[in-house]
Design a protein. Structure first.
Length: 255
């Protein structure tokens, strides 16, 4: 019998990060805690005892882990995806990522279309460095005809909700595969921040993206509160179908 389950292990490879994003629930942990010193290479041996289809590497910042690529190569029979802030990606790192037969997806976090918007939440200089990392990856990807999927992940906040269309155009310019827009429910102080988002503004931005999107462009994947999703689907019902069961692909946009 065919097994349709796709088992993914999400692995926090370290507790180190060079950024202190204003909404990060792990910021205090990075500053005040030290994890047990178990090498990722030891963890890889344990992972190989189980059956997974994918290992999704997060942190911390994965590219601060000196054994990252050795860890990846030690894993057996899995695909690898990595979430990173992108600030450490240069041509050398990009080459290593593209060269790996196991890494099929890299997601870089950017919260705005320019330094002013992005750096308010992610820190001074983070936009320029992350954009440079994306440019290194995409240049080598297309030159070597790699199938690596490159994503931008953006946390939806009051600061960037009016700039989603500009962020989408940046993704198109950089030839990004997917723009992942997610709503922040709890910030680092454990406060609910749903009230920061204006449904009408976000709806207007998404409609403008829809008008400028075709099947060959950057895809949009939206991960938001189910109640807010219902509001959006009601307002956008003439253009979008909606399913509570999960994301559904409609005319180049996942919602």
């Amino acid at each position: 019998m065919k097994n349709n389950n796709f088992a993914t292990l999400v692995y926090d490879i370290n507790d180190k990060c060079n950024l202190r994003c204003t909404y990060c629930y792990n910021s205090d942990y990075f500053s005040n805690n030290k994890r047990e010193s178990i090498s990722p290479l030891e963890i890889a041996e344990k992972i190989n005892e189980y059956t997974f289809d994918r290992v999704h590497i997060v942190g911390g910042e994965p590219l601060l882990e000196k054994n990252l690529f050795d860890f990846i190569e030690k894993l057996n029979g899995v695909l690898i995806s990595i979430n990173t802030n992108g600030t450490f990606i240069d041509k050398k790192i990009a080459e290593k990522i593209i060269k790996s037969a196991k890494i099929d997806q890299v997601t870089i976090s950017i919260d705005g279309p320019n330094p002013h918007i992005n750096d308010m939440t992610r820190g001074d200089g983070s936009f320029i460095r992350a954009k440079h990392g994306l440019e290194c990856l995409t240049e080598i990807k297309f030159r070597k005809k790699s199938r690596l999927i490159i994503n931008i992940a953006s946390v939806l906040t009051k600061k960037n909700q009016t700039r989603l269309l500009e962020l989408y155009f940046l993704c198109k310019k950089l030839r990004i595969d997917n723009l992942l827009i997610s709503q922040l429910y709890i910030n680092q102080n454990n406060e609910n921040v749903d009230s920061d988002i204006d449904c009408d503004i976000v709806t207007e931005q998404l409609l403008e993206i829809y008008k400028n999107n075709n099947i060959h462009d950057t895809k949009i994947i939206i991960d938001i509160n189910p109640v807010y999703s219902l509001l959006l689907s009601t307002k956008m019902k003439k253009l979008f179908s909606f399913s509570f069961a999960g994301c559904k692909y409609i005319d180049g946009i996942d919602i």
